[in-house]
Design a protein around this ligand. Structure first.
Ligand code: AMP
Length: 571
């Protein structure tokens, strides 16, 4: 495997170099991308003869995925890569996407994995600077591989993590602690995610004394793994006792490799684990089952912040370490202060990953500035030009500059742009929400009710979180003074709204169970006027006031909650 730099030497120097020379590295990187790709159809459309930064910024448009999609689709359907990229596109990454939850397909090549392994090496270095006693241990990492599909062009389309686990970069990874997992590779590569999760837990329990870190890419998965353990520890213990893996795990790779990890009957170990799991309270269960664990490695920023209380409960306040900010377009950067509190996490952008620009988000004027020109305390949406044929593509995240590591800006993840509701990987924007409410309105109308106004809220106070839609309704016709709230009609409204939401929502809600049933809270008449009064009292202009379609401020929520007269859930 190509080693980006020596694993034991030069990390500190490399980090210093990267963060001190941000502008130079970014300029060189852009020059490399433009020189290499000068002959691509896409760049030829905007640039003639001059392929320098100035012309690039002047002539190449900042685009959304939708605008570049027709070019990507042509390659998906078999045209040559050089529509977009001189370096062959060897696959596509399926991103969770935000455009109505439809999955996006990002052009991909090995440069993505070069960058990713560089980031893995760097973050292992950063963590060892802050946490001792890791080097002899293993990670119990809930890593999975999702089945890929083949595009008409014959290229694989898969999620970013699977592009790594299915590659030689994973197969031939270095043998240091950061890449040592309690699970054999066969478990990580198993296409059945339930079998894989069971085996991850089994292998992690058998090697419980060796585990120094545990986690997953996003926190929702670690929480799901612990819940799964809660339901299956008796069976897991029985497997450890007998030395045999349960028969329902049919994947041959798992069967063979896990038997070796089990290494025969271990009744004493099974007794110990059983005694721990049998205790009434599961508070701190992770610390008790894995006594040498030092930290939980998983992203708890952005929409994953909702899992922090649950993780704190099970992990008795072990550090929750969000290491990386990345996407299917590129990896952006890493958290250089890994032990900070979840709410303080920022990511320092690494200038050797891609060429980064930023759309200013404060005020009404939108400018595009370079990485080295972002200002402390300002918010931006990043724009990416990468090595796989994306030029000036908007990412759709909103980030806040919180500081600098040398000259490298550090960003806090604020929110996804245009997403009003998000519990897990679901991302519902205003448009989706409107469509859903329109469906509910039809049901209301047929029950002689009229919709006055609506707003929504992602309620994550309990696990799993769920969507709350506040509706203010009145009776049709002037004569009817009394509001009759027909349970059947409102239950139906919940159903039609859920039915109208996108596939990612439906998967989280009905398959994964990571989103709970949608709830309608009916509010009394006049509530939305009170809400408007509230926002005006906070400085909003009455002439420009628009009902917020999702409530994020606690005070505004109090206004709504004080007016709730009935609640209905999706069944
Ligand atoms: P995908 O392209 O499906 O991998 O999704 C990438 C998106 O996930 C990013 O654009 C962010 O919205 C979100 N994301 C990735 N990493 C983080 C992080 N560390 N904190 C918060 N959100 C993240």
């Amino acid at each position: 495997m190509k080693q980006i730099f020596d694993i034991n030497q030069g990390f500190e120097e490399k980090l210093e170099d990267l963060t001190l020379n941000v502008k130079q590295i970014q300029d060189d990187l852009l020059e490399e991308i433009l020189t290499r790709n000068a002959k691509t159809e896409y760049l030829q459309r905007f640039l003639v003869n001059s392929f320098d930064k100035e012309h690039f910024k002047k002539n190449v448009p900042v685009v959304t995925y939708e605008e570049i999609k027709p070019y990507i689709d042509r390659i998906v359907n078999g045209e040559s890569s050089d529509v977009l990229s001189a370096r062959p596109i060897t696959g596509f990454l399926l991103s969770s996407g935000t455009s109505g939850g439809a999955q996006k397909m990002m052009p991909w090549n090995n440069k993505y994995l070069d960058n990713l392994t560089f980031i893995y090496d760097l973050r292992s270095h950063v963590v060892t600077k802050h946490v001792s006693g890791l080097k002899q241990g293993k990670g119990m990492m809930f890593l999975f591989t999702k089945q890929e599909f083949i595009t008409p062009s014959g290229l694989p389309a898969r999620v970013a993590t699977s592009s790594y686990t299915k590659s030689d970069y994973f197969k031939n990874r270095p043998s240091n602690w950061y890449y040592s997992y309690t699970s054999p590779d066969e478990v990580i590569l198993c296409p059945n995610n339930t079998e894989s999760l069971y085996c991850h837990l089994l292998c992690g329990l058998v090697q419980r004394d060796e585990v120094v870190r545990m986690g997953s890419i996003f926190a929702s998965v670690t929480v799901r793994a612990i819940k799964f353990l809660e339901n299956s520890w008796e069976e897991l213990c029985s497997n450890i006792r007998t030395g045999h893996l349960s028969k329902w795990v049919t994947d041959l790779g798992c069967q063979n490799s896990v038997s070796l990890v089990l290494g025969g009957p271990r009744p004493d170990l099974a007794d110990t684990i059983e005694a721990i799991c049998n205790q009434k309270s599961w508070k701190g269960i992770v610390n008790r089952l894995w006594p040498n664990i030092k930290y939980i490695e998983t992203v708890v920023t952005g929409s994953m912040g909702q899992y922090v209380p649950t993780l704190n409960y099970y992990c008795n306040d072990l550090p929750l370490v969000s290491t990386t900010y990345g996407s299917s377009e590129t990896t952006f950067g890493i958290n250089l202060d890994p032990l900070c509190k979840p709410e303080d996490v920022s990511y320092a952008f690494m200038p050797n990953m891609s060429y980064f620009e930023f759309i200013t988000m404060d005020g009404d004027k939108r400018d595009v500035v370079d990485l080295e020109d972002v200002k402390l305390g300002c918010t931006y949406e990043p724009v990416v030009t990468n090595f796989a044929g994306l030029y000036r593509m908007r990412v759709g995240d909103i980030l806040l500059v919180t500081g600098f590591y040398n000259n490298a800006p550090e960003f806090k993840f604020v929110r996804r742009e245009n997403v009003v509701l998000s519990i897990d990987s679901d991302k519902t924007n205003e448009e989706d929400l409107f469509k859903a409410v329109n469906q509910a309105e039809l049901v209301l109308n047929s029950s002689d009710l009229v919709l006055n106004d609506f707003t929504s809220y992602a309620d994550t106070s309990k696990f799993p979180g769920h969507y709350v839609v506040y509706l203010e309704v009145k009776a049709k016709g002037e004569k009817k003074k009394y509001l009759e709230l027909n349970e059947d009609a409102f239950s139906k409204c919940c159903l039609v709204m859920e039915d109208s939401l996108d596939n990612v929502y439906k998967r989280c809600r009905f398959k994964d169970g990571s989103v709970g049933p949608l709830e309608i809270r009916v509010v009394r008449q006049g509530t939305f006027d009170s809400l408007m009064d509230f926002f005006i009292s906070q400085g909003a202009s009455i002439g420009q006031y628009k009902t917020p379609r999702c409530i994020k401020s606690g005070k505004a929520l109090e206004v709504m909650e004080a007016c709730v007269i009935a609640r209905f859930f999706s069944t």
